[in-house]
Design a protein around this ligand. Sequence first.
Ligand SMILES: [Zn+2]
Ligand SMILES: [Zn+2]
Length: 427
Amino acid sequence: MGLTRLRGFQDLIGPDARAASIVEERARAVARRYNLSEIRIPMMERIQLYQHSTGETSDIVTKQMYVVRRSDEGAGTDDMVLRPEGTPSVVRAYIEAGLDRRDPYQRYYYLGPMLRYERPQKGRYRQFNQFGVEIFGRADAASDAELMIMIDDLTHELGLQVRFEINSLGCDEPNCRPAFRAALLEFGRAHLKELCEDCHQRLERNPLRILDCKIDGDRIAEAAPKSLDYLCDECRKHFDDVKQFLSRRAVPFVVKPNLVRGLDYYTRTAFEVVSASVGAQSAIAAGGRYDGLVKELGGAAVPGTGFAIGIERTALALQASESKFDAHPRVALVGLGDQGNLAAMSLAHDLRERDLPVELLPTDRKLKAALTIASRMGAAFIVIIGENEIARGVVQLRDLRASTQREVAQGEVAEAIRKAADALPPD
Ligand SMILES: [Zn+2]
Ligand SMILES: [Zn+2]
């Protein structure tokens, strides 16, 4: 048995892990600025949660969920699944805490892994992390727009070029969706021969699904009726308002009448965020409004809206972009001899307290070997301290990018490094 990782799963090591962390750190920072509160949700849920929310005809529920059973029992009816997306759990938690009735206006963010049985390709893995935001108790267009502006802020900070693709799917019973659904059903029945096998099943149960079919969805959606043509007056006004908010903030968007998203719960606003840097799998984030979902899952009639960003895809875009993130120059410290090692340990502590990333190099080998390690770790500076330096209260500060070396007083090392780093362009 080869102890290799499972197909579609990945190990993130070194710069790949770092890029993912940067996206997560920035996302949390943006969430703080928007005054969102964190919600932590379980890895596992009952299968029924997704059947009632994501949708029984969705690809996620029909093909992509990992069903879990305990090692001491056979497959049962009370199946548990590893969460394939975050929104259903957040809605369930919100209802379970009684907030839908007691205090419906809530704004959350979450961050964590999701699992889906996907066909693996670059930027698409079976376990991936999502940063998601859910806002409950607001039906206004401003809340949809604010979510997109939040994503725009984040991608801006990361130095990524993105474009928003937006659409409106209309409202659920009794307003504009039923007419759109009926038109789609009629269209599908008239074009049955052009639909794939799966879509024959999907059509009668949920005609919207033929538009996001992975096989022929794009072609079908091109010719099919468009939700925008069926919007009621309120939905049209809502969509116009969303666009106006986005324009005011200069968020780059295009209206995509074919965009439906592969989940059942969306109403009105739906959107995807596309980055030019990730290739075919170019959507790094997606979201939309789900005004019927809280009620559908047994709660009060509370509107909601949200999105999720794919951390790994965004990290890929980040790595493909020109953006540089290690604002702090890395420092390698070498102590020579017993006294030098003791002094180096203290100096490392001082520098770390000033927020400099410091690596204390191995003490069990020659200086030359230590210096080789320093250059391999990408250090910008090497600080050398031996008995001679201790006696005179100084260190040797070597600037690897400028190829210079000079003596600096022990109390001024951090300052000297900062100054030298500012003088050079980031690497
Ligand atoms: Zn409507
Ligand atoms: Zn199909």
